[in-house]
Write a protein that binds this ligand. Structure first.
Ligand SMILES: Nc1nc2c(ncn2[C@@H]2O[C@H](COP(=O)(O)OP(=O)(O)OP(=O)(O)O)[C@@H](O)[C@H]2O)c(=O)[nH]1
Ligand SMILES: [Mg+2]
Length: 202
């Protein structure tokens, strides 16, 4: 049983001027619309704090959540990409906001790239991962919705996706917010990551 993380929404940003001041280390959650970013965040903190919807395009702002567990850090829920039915201007605006955040944020310690376990990496997931890699930002791949794939098929599925090419500093985590699979290990990993990567510098 993990020690519960305390969570508090510190900021909702629709543009750069609304980003909170850089302070605590940040872990950002990125992925296609509807992949389960907000759901994963809620599950990590055991609280329904981020809005979840069955229709894609729910989260349109960057939301900063302060986490207090063994360590303090900020979890950042990013708007989803690859959502076709919005207007082009709106799409450009969203991706620009995400790009600005990723390129300028000096306290960004880790980007968690969420990928739907039923599909593996699609073209825009690959683009995101290659771009993050080129920027030299540490990246972890986390698969979502593994409950949709029977247990017996998961290992083969994971290996197929790894063979097809993905970036991840660890073996990708397989998670589900409905079954709770992988959540404890992911929580522990993130906490340890923050601990190890911020101690070195302070
Ligand atoms: N079965 C299953 N459904 C999930 C899981 N995670 C998320 N969902 C569902 O997927 C849908 C989208 O979840 P969100 O958390 O809103 O997705 P998001 O990535 O934040 O989406 P945007 O904010 O639109 O970018 C919701 O209907 C969730 O209930 C999971 O692990 N298993
Ligand atoms: Mg969301």
């Amino acid at each position: 049983m993990h020690k519960r993380w305390k969570v508090q929404l510190i900021q909702t940003a629709f543009n750069r001027s609304q980003f909170p001041e850089e302070g605590l280390p940040e872990i950002a959650i990125a992925g296609r619309s509807n992949v389960g970013k907000s759901s994963l965040l809620n599950k990590l903190v055991s609280q329904k704090i981020a809005h979840v919807a069955s229709r894609p395009g729910k989260t349109r702002s960057i939301n900063f959540y302060r986490i207090e567990g063994d360590v303090s850090f900020v979890l950042v829920d990013l708007p989803g990409y690859g959502f076709a039915s919005r207007s082009k201007t709106e799409r450009t605006q969203w991706s620009r906001l995400i790009e600005t955040y990723i390129q300028t944020r000096r306290t960004l310690e880790l980007l968690v790239s969420l990928v739907d376990f039923r599909h593996g990496l699609l073209e825009n997931d690959k683009m995101l991962q290659e771009w993050i890699h080129a920027l030299g930002i540490p990246l972890l791949t986390v698969f979502t919705k593994v409950d949709k794939i029977s247990r017996g098929k998961r290992k083969a599925n994971l290996h197929k996706y790894i063979r097809e090419g993905l970036r991840s500093l660890e073996v990708p985590f397989l998670t589900s917010v409905t079954s709770g699979d992988g959540m404890d290990s992911l929580r522990e990993f993130l906490e340890r990551y923050i601990k190890e990567n911020t101690e070195v510098r302070s």
